[in-house]
Design a protein around this ligand. Sequence first.
Ligand SMILES: [Zn+2]
Length: 165
Amino acid sequence: MPFALTKTFKIDIGHRIWNEDMRSGRGSELYQPESNLPVNKCAALHGHSLGVTFKFQSKKLDEHGFVLDSNLLKAPLSQLIAKLDHAMVIDRNDPLFGPITQLCDQFALKYYPVNFCPSFEALAKFFFDECQKIIDQCRHGEEFSLLGVTIRGAKMSVEATYERP
Ligand SMILES: [Zn+2]
């Protein structure tokens, strides 16, 4: 589709990749033991400042010259972002889910349980699915579509994208 519109939100999240092990899985033959890099570096509790970019597309512009008036997206997407902002995003399958959430409950710390290991890639799909639920409510939803979501680490060279299959 020729027209595209992106909207980016800033978010800070905590997470951990509880099942990381660089010695197994895709690309594990690239692991260099002499690098002294911990094989599960990202299993530590840590956080990121992220940009979450939603990309919309359309074949034609609407009567106002827009793919979609981006101001209409601001409130619902801000509410979505706010649910996770400054939260520990934690997988219900994480073996430390119980102890971590108990600690968060005890000290009134924000967390957001999910059903997946919260890598950037998986978070991009999460935001895609949640945004799709929002635009499914739009009467003219078939005239534009969500193309994908990209997650960028603010001080990192890595970004992850989930695109509509
Ligand atoms: Zn991380």
